[in-house]
Write a new protein. Sequence first.
Lengths: 491, 103
Amino acid sequence: MAAPDLTTLTVSAARDGLRSGAWTSEELTAGYLERIRSVDPSVHAFLHVADELALVKAVEADRVRAEGHGEPPPLLGVPLAVKDVLSTQEMDTTCGSRILKGYRPPFTATAVERLQAAGSVLLGKTNTDEFAMGSSTENSGYGPTRNPWDLTRVPGGSSGGSAAAVACGLAPGALGTDTGGSVRQPAAFCGIVGLKPSYGRISRYGLVAFGSSLDQIGPLCRSVEDAALLLEVMAGRDPRDSTTVPEPVPAYSRDLDGDVSGLRLGVPEEYFIDGMQPEVEGRVRDAVEHMAGLGAEIVPVSLPHTDMALPVYYLVVTAEASANLSRYDGVRFGHSAQAGSMTENYRQTRAQGFGDEVKRRIMLGTYALSVGYYDAYYLKAQQVRTLIKRDFDRVFRQVDLLICPATPTTAFEIGDRIDDPLSMYLADVFTLSVNLAGVCGISLPCGTDAAGLPVGLQLIGPHLGEQSLLNAAHAYESTTDWHARVPDPIA
Amino acid sequence: MTTSDKSPHLDHDTVRAVADLARLNLTDEEVVRFAGQLGQVLAHAEKLQTVDTADVPPTPYVLSLANVAREDEPAPGLSQEEALANAPEQDRGFFRVKSFFGS
């Protein structure tokens, strides 16, 4: 039996090897658990590892396959990792927060349930900025994750654990969540593929709420085909999430033909700004040229309200977060300070359980929603959000997709921005608008900077435009080699 | 990529009043630090006031779905035991809360 190279194995190759009998799920799962044991102490991508439970599920998957009743489920025996903001009944779910230490949800998120129904094996839960609030995974209450390309740098965030795990072969694919860029930005920093589906495409049931009008689950993987595969398993209407859209789910992975001839690709001028790292601009401009060479028609376009996205986002998302996080009261679940009176127990429980960034965002959101400031901040932000959405509506009448950078810089050093919230927020300046408009976006590797750090290309599509988005990304990926690069081995 | 926007400090009493609304105890050090940091973010947000939004409706939510209801079919919910499994304190099948008189 040929042992697969786990540092480059994709979800689809893992599945194919399981189908052909080249390896068993037990072998694959044991191989990943062994890598996690040896590599993760240096990277800290995982908060919880499933160990025995994963092996039990793998053996069960092998048995189902051996018994062979009809077509096996699409991901039977494929090991995957899941960001720790997604509820899992069989494993703790902490959201990277001390306030949820030891919390075991009584239910499992729909997206995870669908991956499990498709036969996949849960390897563990990955590190995240606390409640997904951050762009570097430094805000985790359990210590930062390190970037496998350079352990002194951040992996991005908030899905930094999932991105780092996939980048250094601790899982062939993983789930993240993206509220303002938290799948695409870490994918860019770690040199992998990250998809933010359209709002409503994947159920948010069991995703611990942060910014409910913006949150969306998305896959992080080594190939565009893998992103398509995971999307088609998870997507679709869910009676437990009233914001899921009723449109049928295409067989995204089957219809990746890589043909972009005649595709109109818009280049938004506002996404090439002063102060961005010149190498990032250079690699992205090269990618635009490359797509032109494949037959795409390049069209300069404008999204005039782009520079308003950052303030709009930080007012909308903090307002929603301050309401969503009011549930952490030390009564029904999670940490309790055991203070003498009820209100004092709320105050102390939250003071002890939340980290700095979560406190800042609760404060900002509470302020923006409070009497006297509501119209000036929250309502105003929602009105400008309308203008941002209209920019996209208008531009998608001119072009099929947009092409631009995923981030203004490559991965920064751990500690560099942690005390300067606004500079941290700027790491998401090219991804936020996509969430505000509810459209879909994907980040994929398109080169490196002088230090060898990955640069991320972003493609953006209209609402429910995933097929065309994935197809264009696949066209780029299948004619370049950037996705095949892996970081040096980590001891 | 500059963060050198003018950083007015929110006054400390406002920070304390907001923390009170959010049921969040802050130390004096946090009050000072958050006043500066939140002031900086709010100063950045001031540029929204330059956008003309007369007659622009707000977008609280991007979809046009409305009045979504599932079938009203009885189904098992959480058992009392499951619902209480994570409670820091419980008493005879209830969540136990701290005394709220005089708090």
